[in-house]
Design a protein around this ligand. Structure first.
Ligand SMILES: Cc1cc2nc3c(=O)[nH]c(=O)nc-3n(C[C@H](O)[C@H](O)[C@H](O)COP(=O)(O)OP(=O)(O)OC[C@H]3O[C@@H](n4cnc5c(N)ncnc54)[C@H](O)[C@@H]3O)c2cc1C
Length: 78
């Protein structure tokens, strides 16, 4: 007999890219997930981000590579 309760959500501590990626992966596996983030709101930090090929492989594995990461971005005004 399993000691896990599938009706309970998986708790992910931290809504950074690691926590959100884990939450998305678990959700796609059919699990309920609750992300606990200490910050009052999510926001941008810095001016941009450099992503290596392994990051795009991870986006593809999560199903957000084509329509998410490779989608045209919004131009930033400087
Ligand atoms: C200025 C800067 C520029 C960067 N540029 C790049 C780049 O160009 N390319 C790149 O690949 N990487 C870059 N990085 C690194 C990248 O941002 C980190 O590697 C990545 O964000 C780590 O993700 P993470 O989810 O592990 O942690 P974090 O992004 O730090 O997320 C952790 C989250 O957990 C929350 N948290 C912490 N403790 C608790 C708690 N007790 N309860 C609830 N929530 C909690 C925090 O508030 C935070 O939101 C940069 C980092 C910085 C600072």
């Amino acid at each position: 007999m399993s000691d896990t309760n599938p009706s309970l959500p998986v708790l992910v501590s931290g809504g950074g890219i690691g926590g959100l990626a884990a939450a998305l992966a678990l959700t796609r596996r059919g699990l309920r997930v609750k992300v606990l983030e200490q910050a009052p709101q999510l926001g941008e930090i810095g001016a941009g981000i450099q992503l290596g090929p392994n990051a795009f492989a991870a986006f593809d594995a999560l199903g957000i590579g084509q329509e998410g990461a490779r989608a045209p971005s919004t131009p930033t005004r400087w």
